[in-house]
Design a binder for this molecule. Structure first.
Ligand code: PMP
Length: 354
């Protein structure tokens, strides 16, 4: 390619998503929910009128935004909906991280943050997690262009209590702090309750995990009306019709069914706690997961080899060949039966390797 053309191209190293094999496997690699979405979602899909697809969708996704506003007891002007939280987070980076000072996020965290920062040419620095994979909050008490971290963090699965989040917010009154709560429903309290007290706070959540709708692509941000307005201004300068009609209708149905949501989350948390016990029996070490996955390593066996072995058995987990975490596997919590099959395979591996 002509180098003069090359010089003018925005080059990026893209995010690498987890594999989505199309054959039937035990899929514990992308933190999806093993249970189907709420029954109302299926009903909404059945009732979809294909003739209406000739029309553009409602650009404000009002049905979905209203359902979320009612669920959380906030104003509709406090909610921003997007195509998965990836879309919402990408819009947040573009809107709120606009400073020559570095944005701060942990060295081990959701790897998309670095990609967006690079894509938008946002300077960033990555304070190191401590030995126990905990965020060192004091690292965020310095001048910066904004802060983002997931709580619970991923892929470490570590959750920090709200007073910890509040300390970071209180030390950063002059920048926007984004708390990515993709996994909070499996953990504890959400930072949503801090929104009235901290004008710099944006909370981002998703329908992909606890609401079993990764395939529908729905995420949202909750904040004060002023920040949500800035976010909408950027969105409408980019693509007004992000949310399609079907996502809006199905998303609204999912939010209304609190009972189903609570039941499936409870089942996953129970399976997770049982799985921790099983992993321990096999000699694995892991952080005290508060998510729908466990981040584990075995002191005697190489994680890369274990990953390949499981894959050959059609059990997909996630492994990164990167500094500090290459001996870890991230294992999504599936159904009890899927986890039994994982443990069966792990036991066979450990037995034969001895
Ligand atoms: N944040 C974190 C921490 C995640 O792990 C994920 C899932 N890959 C996302 C955001 C994005 O999820 P989605 O776009 O499906 O809402």
């Amino acid at each position: 390619m002509n180098t003069k053309i090359m010089d003018k191209i925005r080059k990026v190293e893209p995010y690498v998503p987890g594999e989505q094999p199309q054959n039937k496997v035990i899929k514990l690699n992308t933190n999806e929910n093993p249970y189907p979405p709420a029954p109302g979602v299926k009903r909404a899909l059945r009732e979809t009128d294909a003739d209406r697809l000739r029309l553009y969708p409602d650009p404000s996704a009002d049905k979905l935004v209203s359902a979320l506003a009612e669920y959380y007891g906030v104003g509709k002007d406090q909610i921003f909906a997007g195509v998965g939280s990836d879309d919402v987070l990408a819009m947040c980076f573009l809107t709120f991280f606009h400073s020559p000072k570095p944005v701060l996020f942990p060295d081990i965290t959701y790897s998309f943050y670095k990609v967006w920062a690079e894509l938008y040419r946002i300077p960033y620095e990555c304070p190191k997690l401590d030995q126990a994979f905990r965020i060192v909050k004091e690292d965020y008490y310095r001048e910066n262009g904004g802060v983002i971290f997931p709580n619970p963090n991923a892929p470490t699965a570590v959750y920090e209590e709200l007073d910890f989040v509040e300390d970071i917010l209180a030390h950063n009154p002059d920048v926007v702090v984004i708390v990515d709560e993709a996994y909070v429903d499996f953990a504890g309290k959400s930072a949503l309750e801090l929104i009235d007290r901290y004008e710099n706070l944006i909370v981002v959540q998703t329908f992909s995990k606890s609401r079993s709708m990764a395939g529908m692509r729905i995420g949202y941000a909750v904040s004060n009306p002023a920040l949500i307005q800035y976010l909408n201004d950027v969105k409408y300068s980019f693509n007004s019709y992000t949310m399609n009609q079907i996502s809006v209708a199905c998303g609204a149905e999912a939010v209304k069914d609190r009972e189903y949501f609570e039941k499936t989350v409870k089942t996953i948390v129970e399976t997770r706690e049982w799985a921790k016990g099983e992993l321990k029996k096999l000699g694995f070490c892991f952080t005290d997961s508060k998510t729908n996955f466990i981040f584990a390593k075995h002191p005697e066996y190489d994680a890369g080899e274990l990953f390949s072995y499981l894959k050959k058995k059609d059990i997909y987990v996630r492994h990164w060949d990167s500094e500090r975490i290459r001996q870890y596997l991230r294992i999504t919590i599936g159904t009890r039966e899927e986890m039994e099959q994982l443990f069966f395979a792990l036991r066979a591996y450990l037995h034969n390797a001895r």
